[in-house]
Design a protein around this ligand. Structure first.
Ligand code: PHE
Length: 337
């Protein structure tokens, strides 16, 4: 019995087999237990001899199993270590890190410039109340200038905002009549336009608003001049042309000198040497008052620009739809700075 057991134990290939053998030979139903149970039937002389023998057999089987168990456990650990080894000499997998979307890059560049001048960033909802999108901006219901911006209405009182200017009103309300207010507001806007190379029903704007005591048109001009030089190069010149927006008085549009033709005139600037890049003006007293500011004490300027247009001019992109169709051949050309 002892030899038979030892052979089987030596031959065991894994811990499960070994455990089965342990049960088979040493378990409650095993042969040794049976012998020990039958001791009562033996004579006085036989008992110690048989008892001794059974105990010896049991001890040596036990020993064989314990020994084998140690060996198998070691083997299992070795096998695991071997299978979990990392081959540090394998070449890495090259993953594509992606890059900034050109629009994101331009927006961040614009934000950085204004943050550097002490502006902070404000946001507002894209589904906007008619009140903030128009009324609080001096565009009462039935005002003809509402037609300048074809709107997506959701209900009579709710629409997709047509510009980021409602964030002006919302931000001033939050300041409860106390300046300074100095924010830029980037975000998506929506207009009922037919999409083509220069129009999109959804695009982005960055609004700027600076309200304080003694803010003047010359402050607007100074800041926007510095901005144009930062975005388009030191040699850039700007000019302000009179314009009209119901929420600013006076209103101006800003042109920059064309860099595609060095101001000589080309198709990009329609041969004028200048390109329009944003609308702006001094915040209309009605707008200040409606949002809780005393227009005798406070003045301010506001501007609104389209980052798509700025990115198109800066990088020579000829179709606004490139920004939204996510063709990687287009996107890959703009590496993270
Ligand atoms: N909201 C105007 C537009 O979308 C731009 C603008 C903003 C003009 C702020 C003046 C002041 O055309």
């Amino acid at each position: 019995l002892k030899n038979e057991a030892k052979d089987l134990i030596q031959g065991a290939r894994d811990l499960k087999t070994l455990q089965d053998l342990r049960v088979k030979y040493l378990g409650k139903k095993g042969p040794i237990t049976e012998v020990l149970r039958g001791m009562g039937k033996l004579s006085k002389e036989e008992r110690p001899v048989i008892g001794q023998l059974a105990n010896d057999v049991r001890a040596s089987i036990q020993e064989a199993i314990d020994g084998k168990q140690g060996i198998l456990e070691n083997e299992a650990i070795e096998a695991r270590l071997a299978s979990e080894t990392i081959d540090v000499t394998l070449p890495g997998r090259i993953s594509s890190p992606g890059n900034h979307h050109p629009l994101t890059a331009v927006i961040e560049e614009i934000e950085d410039f204004f943050i550097g001048l002490g502006f902070s960033i404000a946001e507002g909802p894209e589904v906007e109340k008619d009140y903030y999108n128009f009324e609080a901006l001096n565009l009462p219901k039935d005002h003809p200038a509402r037609d300048m911006q074809d709107s997506f209405y959701i209900t009579e009182e709710l629409l997709l905002r047509t510009h980021t200017s409602p964030v002006q009103a919302r931000t001033m309300e939050k300041h409860k009549g106390k300046g300074p207010v100095k924010v830029i507001c980037p975000g998506k806007v929506y207009r009922r336009d037919t999409d083509d190379a220069t129009h999109s029903h959804q695009f982005m704007q960055i609004e700027g608003l600076y309200v304080d005591k003694n803010v003047r048109l010359s402050d607007l001009k100074g800041i926007l001049t510095a901005f144009a030089k930062k975005m388009f190069g030191e040699e850039r010149q700007i000019r302000l042309r009179p314009s009209f927006f119901p929420f600013t008085e006076p209103s101006v549009e800003m042109d920059i000198s064309c860099f595609h033709c060095n101001g000589e005139g080309c198709s990009v600037c329609k041969r004028t040497g200048w390109i329009e890049i944003l609308g702006s003006g001094m915040v209309h007293p009605n707008v200040l008052e409606m949002s809780g500011f005393d227009s005798k004490e406070y003045t301010g300027f506001a501007f609104g620009m389209g980052p798509e247009r700025i990115a198109m001019l800066k990088y020579g992109i000829d179709d606004i739809r490139h920004f939204y169709t996510n063709d990687t051949r287009f996107l890959k050309q703009f590496k993270r700075a």
